[in-house]
Each structure stands twice: as C-alpha cells, then as structure tokens.
Design a protein around this ligand. Structure first.
Ligand code: AQP
Length: 373
C-alpha cells in the first residue's frame, strides 16, 4: 500500500480551524515554523465501541460523519475499540460477536475499506503502549473529574475498574498515535477531546514541540446530542437510556415507527425548537438530519401540520428511509465473518504502519528503549 504522507511537523491551526463548517474545502494547518498552509485533506480518526447495538444517536452523531470523512481523510481511520469495552462488566464470549456486528454495521452504513482504514483496536499494540507513556503527562485529578467516569462508575455494581478511570488516556492514545487532525464525535465526547488536547500539549511542551498533533473535534451542528425518545432530557444511550426511547440502527421499520410514535413530547401543539420543548426539539433535529435540511426548514415545513402526530409520522418515515438500507445491507454482510476478519486484519496492518512511526518518535523523545539512531 502506498503510505499516506506523514503528519510530522504539523500542528493543528488553532482557532482558524472550524470543524463544524461541513462545506469547508480547505483546512488551515500551521507548520512547525509558524507558516500556515491551506490543505484540502486532513487526517481523521475516530473510535466506536463494539456494542453491536448501535443506536440513532451513534448513527447521526458519529457514523454518518465517518462516512462523510472518507473522501476528506488522509487517511480516514476508524477503530472499533474492544479495549475500551472491557472497562465495564462484559461477557468475553460475546465481545467478538458484537465486534463483528459493529464492523458489519459500519460497512453497511457506507464505510468502504478501500477508502478508509477500519480496524480493531486490540490488533494494534501501539495503542496500549502509548496509553502508558501518556499517563506520565495526565493528571489523576483531571481523570477523576470526567463526567463519563463519574456516571459510569456509579452504574457499576461489583467493581469500578481503574480501566474506567483510564479510559480517556487510552482514547487520547488512540487518536494521538495517528497524529490525527480531526476527530468526528458526538457532543458527549467533548470533555474527553479537551483532555486529549491538554495531554498532547503537555507532552509536546515537555518532550518536543512537533511530536504530537493537537487534534480538533468535529461535532455536528445538528444531531450532536440525540435525546432518548422517552426521556428527552437524557441523551440516547446504549447503557443508560430506555429501551422504548432508543431507536437501534438494526430495528425493523415497524419497531422504529412504534418507538417514534410513542415519543414523549409536551402538552402544546406548536412544532418549534425551544428549551421547554426537549421532545419536540429532538424530533425536529432528527427529521432535519434524516432529510438533509436545517431544523428551521423543518419548522417551516411543519407549519401546516395538524399537531405532533404529523411530526412523528414524518420523523418515522424519514428515519425508516435512512436506516432501512443500512439494515438490509447489514443482513447481507454480517454472515461472512471471514471477510469481516480479513477487512479488520488488513486495516490493522495499515494502522500499525502509521502508529509505529509515532511511537518510535515518542519513545525516542522520552528516552525510553534503545536509541533509534
Ligand atoms: N445520543 C447521542 N447523540 C449523538 N451522538 C452520540 N454518540 C453517542 N451517543 C450519542 C456518539 O457516538 C459515538 C460512538 O459512541 P460509543 O463508542 O461511546 O458508543 P456507545 O458506547 O454505544 O455510545 P453511548 O450510547 O454513548 O454509550 P453509553 O451507554 O456508554 O453512553 C461517539 O462519537 C459518541 O459521541
């Protein structure tokens, strides 16, 4: 494979980078000497958990962005994070199955292994090594303050693992190992991204300015936080949400329709976004994304609607139209486990080649291991 150009010497370009601007064709990047260049491609990285039960929030907040990033990514790198999944109680015999489920969902959603790098986290050992090396520049107090750690540790019945506390350090290693410039995620990951940026800056300040790239998040303007349909003040979630309020990517059309039609709204009739109308606002956002229009355009279109029933009908139809083809392709792709394994193995080879370059520089700068040259 032709190796993509190394990001060595690149630093992210500070405030000039507006990752939210989806139509931007050029990205400013500042080189080590301070010169800013506009480039058309950026290195993209994101990770996703192998739960197999991917929901509408994951699809809108993350997976859609992954697909979109394939043609801007140099390369676009997507990782199924099985090492993150073991930080809470789990069933070992199920983990691999769910990993294949997730791989098949991503491919069914439009990831093309010839246009991106798709791999399993545990196949690339550099992630865990870099996690340990980065722990030396990560403050324990910062990890303790992370909302995800606080929420998830409360939900653990038997053991709050140190892996759960360390989750953001491994996540930082995932991204920094590739010197990625851009990380497409949902709103819930903003805090982890900030921590990752601090870790990269601290590392560079201590060991050498140009070793790691300080990444930017790419959080979608609409749909960054899809809410649970039954409890619209809480985000739709794999573990914390309601069954009825969570639309799964693989739900059949009838189930999707039922869940959306039972969505909690409010006692009014007005179809507009407002802080006191979280259920309706959520439905407007979902419809906007599924139709590929702005939420304001949805509000305008819904002016003649007779009530929330019309809105829910329109949302159900649009979501079924958006997820239906993914479900059908998934059914074709999932049975061929050997092919999925081959895709992941090929992805891991490409990913290792990139990550080992970064690790060599990191080890060298830290004085770890034998000298490089
Ligand atoms: N509700 C959401 N709206 C928009 N984006 C979301 N993401 C998650 N929930 C929403 C984004 O999906 C990506 C993958 O997340 P993950 O790997 O953490 O997958 P998950 O654990 O299955 O997602 P959950 O639902 O977030 O799980 P729990 O139950 O752990 O809370 C990320 O980019 C995330 O931002």
């Amino acid at each position: 494979m032709e190796r993509p150009p190394r990001a060595e010497g690149l630093r992210s370009g500070g405030p000039a980078i507006r990752c939210a601007a989806a139509d931007r064709r050029q990205w400013p990047l500042t080189w080590a000497g301070g010169t800013t260049r506009f480039v058309g491609l950026v290195r993209i990285f994101s990770g996703i958990q192998p739960t197999g039960r991917k929901h509408l929030g994951n699809y809108i907040g993350a997976i859609r962005q992954y697909v979109d990033g394939q043609d801007r990514g140099d390369p676009a790198i997507y990782c199924i994070v099985d090492l993150h999944a073991i930080t809470v109680a789990y069933e070992p015999s199920e983990l691999r199955e769910r990993l294949y489920d997730t791989t098949a969902i991503l491919i069914a959603a439009g990831l093309d292994p010839d246009r991106c790098i798709l791999f399993r986290q545990s196949d690339v050992r550099e992630h865990t090594e870099l996690c340990w090396l980065l722990s030396s520049v990560t403050a324990i107090g910062e990890l303790n303050r992370m909302h995800q750690f606080r929420d998830k540790s409360l939900a653990q019945r038997e053991l709050v693992s140190s892996g759960l506390l360390f989750y953001p350090v491994l996540q930082a290693a995932d991204v920094l190992a590739y010197r990625a410039h851009e990380v497409p995620v949902g709103e819930d990951q903003r805090e982890h991204l900030e921590l990752m940026r601090d870790v990269a800056r601290r590392f560079n300040a201590r060991y050498g300015e140009d070793i790691l790239v300080v990444p930017e998040h790419r959080i979608p303007e609409v749909g960054a936080r899809i809410m649970d349909l039954q409890e619209p003040t809480r985000k739709m979630s794999t573990t914390g949400g309601t069954e009825e309020g969570t639309v799964l990517v693989l739900d059949d059309p009838k189930t999707i329709e039922k869940k959306i039609k039972r969505a909690v709204t409010d006692s009014g009739t007005e179809i507009r976004r407002a802080p006191d109308k979280p259920g309706v606002s959520n439905l407007i956002d979902v419809l906007a994304v599924a139709r590929g229009v702005s939420p304001a355009a949805v509000e305008e279109d819904m002016r003649s609607a007779r009530g929330y029933g019309d809105l829910k009908g329109a949302v159900a139809e649009a979501v079924v139209g958006m997820l239906g083809p993914v479900r059908e392709r998934y059914a074709e792709i999932r049975p061929d486990q050997d092919r999925l394994e081959a895709i992941l193995a090929q992805g891991a080879d490409k990913a290792s080649a990139l990550a080992s370059d970064t690790l060599a520089d990191v080890r060298d700068a830290m004085g770890v291991g034998a000298p490089q040259r």
